[in-house]
Design a protein around this ligand. Structure first.
Ligand code: 13P
Ligand code: SF4
Length: 399
């Protein structure tokens, strides 16, 4: 077995967040300086056992008053407390359909908690344990930049064609509201194909943000080749049309925002080739946030829930190389000991923002709730909420 391809947590890794299996007291977390610091000092030194016991007791006492949602990328020491685990789509559906639980603690990142707030009712409180748990890809598109690109496009080409804006769920609520206001829609990694088809039933072109890779991979899947795709360079507001000629935009079916996920940029074609040469009967499954050349080399592509199903449903003895965040890969490896499951990237780096949800934060927000105090509530401003809800509900209707 190729040692380099196997997850080895003890190995020293060159990564912002070291991958570790055991829970450390908050004070010992190396990357704490980048996290939300406003947590009472008493939580800093708590031992993992103390934290686990207190969360377990509180959960029991709070019963139906509390639900904990956990995204697949959350650390194992958080997932153990999740009542529902899922991809972004499943967790949004959960928030849209469950209006009876008053407190929803969302163990994931900021845009996910925002989507839950938009889809829940006014009495429910959505809480994100660590407010610094964001998403670097979502931060690559903001409302002023997207609005100014939109104005340039729609002013220049008015009367020539109709453009439908699509925002990946990994985006701020302001962009979901932008889509709601401009006949657009939200997509996730599990329904981007259906959403793009929906858009082409209503318009001539799609403006897709922030993830260029999900946009490109899905376009390819729908038979739209690179000649019909433009990339909008938002980092250069000084250049016209995001660096494209009028002719290029006129010809394009899809205009992609130049955003990406740094975690998924780590996966390469050479990793896949190396894995295939080591294990000729291997299957490769990757997330659609990977580059198009990586997706083309893979046997299957899909959301985190798709990847989990792909591995869980594979027959015993299967060998599967996975191109997604390592917390999910290591969980799948543990749950499927009769299969050989590994991360394609030998330098295992978790999503550094997902990782910021440490159990001490979870304990703090639940303990506060049980004392009648709400901390870290995510509340989307009313001015954005209604329009963002339109764009999210359009997505929920078609998938
Ligand atoms: P999923 O919707 O597939 O869970 O993906 C969310 C995400 O952030 C992937 O990087
Ligand atoms: Fe964002 Fe990438 Fe982390 Fe997903 S894995 S939450 S896209 S930074």
């Amino acid at each position: 077995m190729n040692k380099k391809l196997i997850l080895d947590y003890k190995e020293k890794i060159d990564c912002e967040v070291p991958m570790q299996m055991e829970t450390l007291p908050l004070a010992e977390e190396q990357s704490f300086s980048q996290w939300q610091q406003e947590i009472p000092k008493e939580y800093f030194q708590l031992s993992p056992d103390e934290i686990i016991n207190r969360i377990t007791k509180l959960k029991k006492n709070m019963g139906n008053e509390l639900i904990i949602l956990g995204h697949h990328y959350q650390r194992e020491d958080i997932i153990q407390f999740a009542d529902q685990i899922g991809d972004s789509y499943a967790l949004s559906v959960y928030a849209a359909n469950n209006h009876s639980t008053p407190n929803i603690v969302f163990c994931g990142v900021h845009f996910m908690a925002e989507a839950a707030d938009i889809l829940s009712n006014d009495e429910q409180k959505i809480i994100l344990p660590n407010l610094e748990a964001g998403c670097s890809m979502a931060d690559m598109a903001n409302r002023p930049d997207v609005s100014s690109a939109w104005k340039e496009l729609t002013n220049r080409f008015k009367d020539q064609f109709n453009i439908i804006p699509i925002t990946y769920i990994n985006s701020p609520a302001t962009l979901k509201a932008f889509c709601g206001q401009n006949n657009g829609i939200v997509c996730t990694s599990s329904n981007a194909d259906k959403v793009i088809k929906w858009a082409f039933e209503r318009g001539d072109k799609v403006f897709f943000f922030p993830d260029q890779h999900l946009g490109r991979n899905t376009s390819h899947q729908l038979g739209i080749n690179d000649d019909l795709i433009s990339l909008w360079d938002w980092r250069r507001p000084d250049i016209e049309l995001g660096g494209n000629s009028e002719e290029k935009i006129r010809k394009s079916k899809v205009i992609l925002w130049d955003g990406f996920c740094s975690v998924h940029q780590r996966f390469t074609v050479s990793q896949i080739k190396e894995a295939r040469s080591q294990y000729p009967r291997i299957n490769i499954v990757v997330h659609p946030e990977c580059n198009a050349d990586v997706v083309k080399e893979a046997d299957a592509v899909g959301s985190t829930a798709f990847i989990a199903d792909y591995v869980n449903n594979a027959k015993d003895g299967s060998i599967i190389g996975v191109g997604t965040e390592v917390n999910l890969v290591s969980r799948l490896a543990k749950l499927n000991p009769q299969k050989q499951i590994f991360c394609l990237d030998s330098v295992v780096c978790p999503c550094s923002t997902m990782y910021r949800v440490h159990p001490a934060y979870l304990l703090w927000v639940i303990e506060s709730l049980s004392n009648g105090k709400v901390v870290n509530q995510i509340k989307v401003p009313e001015k954005d909420k209604a329009f963002a809800k339109i764009a999210l509900e359009r997505m929920l209707e078609i998938s």
